[in-house]
Design a protein around this ligand. Structure first.
Ligand code: SF4
Ligand code: SF4
Length: 250
C-alpha cells in the first residue's frame, strides 16, 4: 500500500463501465488516494493465456476489492469521505496513482511494475478527503530495463505493445499500447490473455536467487543487461513448453 495526493489529471471525466448514467460527468473532490496492490499467483499466471490466468485475475480483483472496501468503511467511520475504486467501478486511473504512491513504475507493458512482483499484481484505489502523508515515488531501473528487454512486446500475440521508443501522449512521455487490439484478442481467445505478464522477467516468483537478481537490477545498468541475457538463457525469449494447471484448478 502507498499514499499520495490525488492528481486531478487521473480522475476520469465521464462515467463509463461503473454505476451511474453512462457519459455523465464525474465529480470527485477528494484530495488524497491510497493505492493497494495484491500479488497474483505465479503458478496460475504461468498458464497464460489459458483460463487459469483469468481465474487468478478475477480472484485477486476480488481480494484487493475487499481490502479497498474495508479501508473505505474504516475511513468513513473516522468521519471522512472515501470511495473504493475496484474492478468494474472506477472513477480514477489506478496505474498512475499507484506509481505516484510509490508502489512501482510504469513499464513498457502499460502496467505498474512493482519491485517484488513486477506486473503480477492487481490494483485498487481508495480516494478520500482524509489528509494523508504521501509516500515518495520509487525508481528501481524499470525504464532502462524495459528499453532493452521488450519481451512483452515480442510475445504479445496481437502486437499491441510498443516495440520502439516512448512517444508523447497527452503530454506524458511513455510507451503507448493499443488497448483496442489487446481487448479484441481477449474476445477472440476467450480469456484475459495475460501473456505479457507471464513473460515479464519482473514476474518471476520470489526466491532467494530472484530477489538477489532484483537487487542488482535495481542498482546497476550493466547488471540489467547481464540479467536480461541470463533471463533469455534460462527462461527463453519466448515461453517454453506448456505448464499443467494446478490441481485445484482442475
Ligand atoms: S494481454 Fe495479451 S494481447 Fe493484451 S497486451 Fe498483453 S500479451 Fe498482448
Ligand atoms: S517484459 Fe520486459 S519490456 Fe515488458 S514490461 Fe517486463 S521488463 Fe519491461
Amino acid at each position: 500500500m502507498g499514499c499520495t495526493r490525488l492528481n486531478p489529471a487521473y480522475i476520469y471525466s465521464k462515467i463509463g463501465r461503473s454505476p451511474g448514467p453512462w457519459g455523465e460527468s464525474i465529480v470527485l473532490e477528494h484530495s488524497h488516494a491510497v493505492a493497494i496492490a495484491v500479488e497474483m499467483s505465479a503458478e496460475m499466471i504461468s498458464q497464460a493465456p489459458d483460463s487459469a490466468a483469468t481465474t487468478e485475475t478475477a480472484f485477486e480483483y476480488f481480494e484487493v476489492g475487499k481490502i479497498a472496501m474495508i479501508l473505505t468503511r474504516y475511513i468513513n467511520l473516522l468521519g471522512y469521505q472515501a470511495r473504493a475504486h475496484v474492478d468494474g467501478n472506477y472513477r480514477v486511473m489506478c496505474v498512475p496513482i499507484a506509481a505516484d504512491a510509490g508502489l512501482g513504475e510504469l513499464g513498457r507493458i502499460g502496467l505498474l511494475l512493482t519491485p517484488r512482483f513486477g506486473p503480477r499484481i492487481r490494483l485498487a484505489i481508495v480516494t478520500t478527503d482524509l489528509p494523508l502523508q504521501p509516500d515518495p515515488p520509487i525508481c528501481f531501473g524499470v525504464q532502462h530495463f524495459c528499453e532493452i528487454c521488450k519481451k512483452c512486446a515480442t510475445n504479445c500475440p496481437s502486437g499491441s505493445i510498443e516495440k520502439e521508443g516512448k512517444a508523447d501522449f497527452c503530454g506524458v512521455e511513455k510507451w503507448q499500447n493499443r488497448q483496442d487490439t489487446c481487448y479484441r484478442f481477449w474476445r477472440t481467445q476467450g480469456t484475459d490473455c495475460s501473456i505479457c505478464i507471464r513473460v515479464c522477467p519482473y514476474s518471476h516468483p520470489n526466491s532467494v536467487i530472484h530477489n538477489l537478481v532484483r537487487w542488482f537490477v535495481g542498482r546497476n545498468a550493466l547488471a540489467r543487461k547481464l540479467m536480461l541475457w541470463a533471463d533469455d538463457l534460462f527462461y527463453g525469449r519466448r515461453p517454453r513448453g506448456k505448464h499443467r494447471p494446478p490441481d485445484w484448478h482442475a
